[in-house]
Design a protein. Structure first.
Length: 347
């Protein structure tokens, strides 16, 4: 079948969901879901969303039933805190014939309120990647994730970029690659879906810290140390929940980490930057339209580290600055004096 005859679904009309829809529209027709009627009307009547001009091949709907009945391949792109709720709502309309490739870089903690997280002993049994949520809540078998350095503004500006489709199934990797690839966008494949998901979630924490350093006007030497030592902590935490180091050292890991932790086009970097400038966390969150996943993820990671007795000084210090009002200068001095393990011990 000619792929231009297909309709591919996107669930979530935020910045990255809209970006994925734009990538897909190079190759196929797209149906994008939004809960907001004004967003649906703007896309369908004006071909506009979040100040982006969209291809006429992109149509919007408020009906999850319509998107599941129309599309065999669907990209869920919603914040991690809403992901399970969204998949539950989609579940009655999904079947094993569907393919779902999510692009959500966060973690699920079903049944635990974020406000209560410091009172709960969190281990691997409480933590779920988005692919695990899909399998828990639906009958879908063929699941994948989209990971890698995907700063949405650069992609929309048609600057060259690449991503990883990770899945246990060759047909999922092939399907994702076919509909996303263009002369501006290249797709790699990986079978390490848990590693790709964990790397994508944890790198947002390091981006918070990197933004803080930039906000204080500190240099590239310290930023480089934070990123490289932060990568080591990402790998150690990933291993504690069953991931291997492979994806952390590839495009989905270090590639995404470099882009997210060094660019002012990253929401997580910008959050850290503004915090480093002295703004209050609640004020920053209230002023942005979309979720800063790293803020949620660092709370989960900090509790996981406690459970597994992991020495993760960078993640711990970032948590303390964000949630315990530790002065950034004190955190930096602590990290500079910390007796680190060998430089490379994760290969």
């Amino acid at each position: 079948m000619n792929k231009t005859q297909k309709v591919i679904g996107v669930v979530g009309a935020g910045s990255f969901g809209t970006t994925i829809a734009t990538l897909l529209a190079h190759n196929t027709n797209v149906l994008i879901f939004s809960r907001q009627q004004e967003v649906v009307d703007r896309i369908n009547n004006e071909h506009q969303n979040i100040n982006i001009t969209l291809s006429p091949k992109i149509r919007a709907t408020r009906s999850l039933e319509e998107i599941c009945n129309t599309c065999n391949l669907i990209f869920p792109v919603v914040p991690s805190e809403n992901f399970r709720e969204t998949l539950k709502a989609m579940s009655p309309y999904l079947s094993p014939a569907h393919i779902l490739i999510h692009a959500t870089k966060g973690l699920d903690i079903a049944g635990i309120k974020m406000s209560e997280i410091t009172k709960v002993n969190i281990s691997r049994k409480n933590i779920h990647t988005m692919s695990e949520v899909i399998r828990q809540e639906t009958s879908v078998i063929r699941v994948g994730c989209m990971a890698g350095p995907n700063l949405y503004r650069e992609i929309l500006d048609k600057q060259p970029a690449a991503s990883v489709i990770a899945s246990e199934f060759d047909e999922v990797i092939k399907a994702g690659s076919e509909v996303l690839s263009s002369r501006f966008f290249f797709v790699f494949g990986s079978y390490d879906i848990v590693g790709a998901e964990m790397a994508g979630a944890l790198k947002n924490i390091i981006a918070l810290g990197s933004g803080m350093l930039a906000g204080r006007g500190l240099g590239k030497n310290l930023e480089a140390m934070l990123i490289t030592r932060g990568l080591r902590e990402m790998i150690e935490l990933g291993r504690s929940v069953g991931a291997t180091s492979h994806s952390f050292l590839g495009t989905a890991g270090i590639g995404d980490l470099i882009a997210t932790a060094t660019s002012n086009k990253s929401r997580n970097f910008n959050f850290g930057y503004r915090l480093g400038k002295g703004e209050k966390m609640d004020d920053i969150i209230a002023s942005v339209d979309e979720v800063v996943e790293g803020v949620r993820t660092v709370r989960i990671a900090n509790q996981l580290a406690k459970h597994y007795h992991l020495r993760l000084p960078i993640i711990n210090m970032i948590y303390s600055v964000v949630f315990e009002k530790l002065e950034l200068e004190k955190a930096i001095q602590f990290l500079m004096r910390y007796p680190y393990l060998p430089d490379v011990d994760f290969i």
